[in-house]
Write a protein that binds this ligand. Structure first.
Ligand SMILES: [Zn+2]
Length: 269
């Protein structure tokens, strides 16, 4: 089936019966110039060592190295701009809201492109690159609920002279700050703002699920897939490559930044 028609049918058919869950991964931000974490594109710079460096263990062992690695990564993430895929998801949210259809966007990305595009019903299950938090248990700016905006002045000082003495510190207690992102050796329950329970609850009731640009390599996607199977919800996955999708997932071979805007126009005029 034509990718645009398949997507438009999902939006006006199964989704309209009870709700649409959209789960986005790195692929949705690729057209904004953000390299994928695991992908086959040339810029997938994290391929080699992400599971080793993206950990609390590495931060504990080498906070200067951890901070440098993330700042290097986020230098390309934070200035990026939303692309037509992000914008189409905002239009989709509004069109479904106007029809009273429940909608939730869950992203595995820590970039800020969905919210900058205007998405409102959004859960960021892996945290956010524009926030940090304190490591001291019990501090108001620490887990399980606290975080603060990135302290840019302190970060600039650290970047100019990266060493232990210049590491960004908590304004409340003076302990070290860390990235507000889910690390590979941490659980979804480690911070309230990851809101994984909200995402999973929604997935249980959704009557249609759409994955966009995810490689199905992290646990969250399995949980959503299981929920969709129980609910017998159709599951589509937009992926321009030729990776075989997991069982029960219908691949849509298209670029999200092209197919999504066309499908939203086709479905809602
Ligand atoms: Zn603190």
């Amino acid at each position: 089936m034509d990718p645009v028609a398949a997507l438009a049918d999902l939006f006006t058919g199964p989704a309209a019966r009870g709700g649409l869950l959209v789960v986005t991964g790195a692929g949705v931000s690729h057209a904004s110039g953000i390299p994928t974490v695991r992908g086959t594109d040339r810029d997938a710079i994290w391929n080699r060592d992400v599971t080793e460096l993206g950990t609390y263990g590495f931060f504990e062992e080498d906070p200067v190295g951890s901070w440098r690695w993330y700042l290097d990564r986020f230098a390309s993430v934070l200035p990026a701009r939303p692309n037509p895929a992000h914008e189409a998801l905002v239009a989709l949210e509004r069109a479904l809201a106007a029809r009273g259809t429940p909608f939730l966007l869950v992203t595995q990305n820590v970039d800020t492109l969905h919210e900058r595009a205007g998405s409102k019903a959004l859960v960021k299950v892996h945290g956010s690159a524009d926030r940090v938090r304190c490591v001291r248990r019990g501090c108001e700016h620490a887990a399980p609920t606290g975080s603060i905006a990135r302290p840019e002045a302190e970060i600039a000082r650290f970047l100019a002279d990266p060493r232990e003495a210049t590491l960004p510190r908590c304004p409340a207690c003076g302990d070290l700050l860390r990235q507000h992102v889910l690390w590979f050796d941490e659980s979804y329950a480690s911070h309230a703002s990851y809101a994984f329970d909200v995402a999973l609850d929604f997935a249980m009731d959704a009557t249609a699920v759409l994955f966009v640009g995810t490689s199905f390599s992290v646990g969250a996607t399995d949980a959503f897939l299981r929920a969709a199977r129980v609910a017998r919800a159709p599951v589509l996955s937009i992926d321009p490559g030729d990776h075989p999708p997991p069982f029960g997932v219908t691949p849509v071979r298209a670029k999200a930044e092209e197919a999504l805007p066309a499908a939203v126009r086709r479905a809602f005029g």
